[in-house]
Design a protein around this ligand. Sequence first.
Ligand SMILES: Nc1ncnc2c1ncn2[C@@H]1O[C@H](COP(=O)(O)OP(=O)(O)O)[C@@H](O)[C@H]1O
Ligand SMILES: [Mg+2]
Length: 491
Amino acid sequence: MARYGWSAYPGAVPGPVGAPADGDLRPELADVGRLARRGLRAVVGAARAAERPRLSRILNDHLGAGASTLEVVEETWPGYDHVNVQAGLDAWLAAPGRTWELVGVTNFQHAMFGLGDLVAAGDGVHDPYGLSPGNPATVNLASGPDGEVRACLRCGIYLVTEGEVRTALLLRGATPEFGTNNASVQLVSTDPEAALRSAAAIRAATLEHNVFRGQVLSFGQEVFGHGQTLLQFHRRPVMTADQLILAPETLAEVRRQVVEVARHKERLLAAGQHLKRGLLLYGPPGVGKTHTVRYLTSSLVGTTVLQLTGNALHLIAEACSVARALQPAMLIIEDVDLIAEDRGMHPGQHPLLFQLLNEMDGLAEDADVVFVLTTNRADLLEPALAARPGRVDQAVALELPDAAGRRALFALYRGDLRVDTSGLDDVIARTEGVTASFLKELLRRAALLAATRTADGEELAVSAADLSGALDELLDTRNAMTRTLLGSTPA
Ligand SMILES: Nc1ncnc2c1ncn2[C@@H]1O[C@H](COP(=O)(O)OP(=O)(O)O)[C@@H](O)[C@H]1O
Ligand SMILES: [Mg+2]
């Protein structure tokens, strides 16, 4: 079908998909309008682009003539320190005598660029990589355990003035998805000495205002984040000494090595004694190694606690450097036997355990850092520890609770529960060789039996029969696997 003349809907004309029929190439009224609008947009756009200051212009205006000859000073941090860099920078910027203005940088994600590139782009040349000034883009980064966050600039330029001295400072967070794993600060200043001094001051402020200090953190690998290291905040557990049932001399040993050294550190240092120390907690599963670590974490308020977990054990060196920077610190590596034989990420590397021991060795003697290692398999570790003596200065065996311990555990896990204890002696006798977690489970089961036996709404009261019934169940051969899970294989 041939159509002639103007049409308001040229697309309505049926024809081959994607290519207009010959007849459709005639100019139509709507095309004229479109063309005119496009022309206008191009003219206005060009005019406004010339008006809008570019980053290079802004920088050169701030720094004055000769800006492109000034040296760029750079400081970098691991990506997870971005939040600390922002905290340090905010404090540095707030110092008296310093005024500043912030310029956001847009389109920064894909670009590898430095402050030098921006300054050197000079006037009359387009900014490199399509970067342009814009609203500062921020990202909320964790700064505390209860969802506290701090807005951190992803990429932006601070124009700083201190009397006569003018400084431009480029802050960039890590963008691992684009291959930038570090957070960085670059500085250019009209006074080169001031640039160096400011860089050092910002590094110091970043450490001073470090939001990780005194917190409980775990070192892990960001699962979806391109192998980035992740430091996660945890709420410090609250636990009292009576919630940890250990033989008194065992608890005293642990406390002396961890808590007492910290408490008396001034006097110990003055007497030429070292503070760096290592504690190995060993014993069968379920006797309270993790529980003891939790207790230590709760009692060392103000100490930075770093937990290294399974998938992050190759980050030992990094964790040690954070511990050193944020001391007093406690570095916890649980189930260290799991890494005894592991050879880390790279072929030819020492087993991770040796790396750990070397890192422990490398740390200054006067660093108030305590390493707490736990294991079920001291036998596996012994050769490695014996081959590198002095790193772990105390090994404490956590043992299966004796009768008195089992009584205490019974009382602890009974709590406010009403229990008929007429058969308790028998229960204590029959639980020879079980772990603390077994006794905890015993009380839970007894309570469950009582609950199923009685009506809803009735106050829970565990009878002697509930208690012995629960114990029979747990000791039954059918529950061999359950017992293993509780770490218990009673005689
Ligand atoms: N000594 C103990 N005192 C009080 N409770 C304990 C003790 N040991 C273990 N428990 C209880 O058993 C649970 C499991 O113990 P856990 O510390 O994980 O054992 P481990 O790390 O030695 O395998 C703990 O969460 C705690 O509730
Ligand atoms: Mg454990």
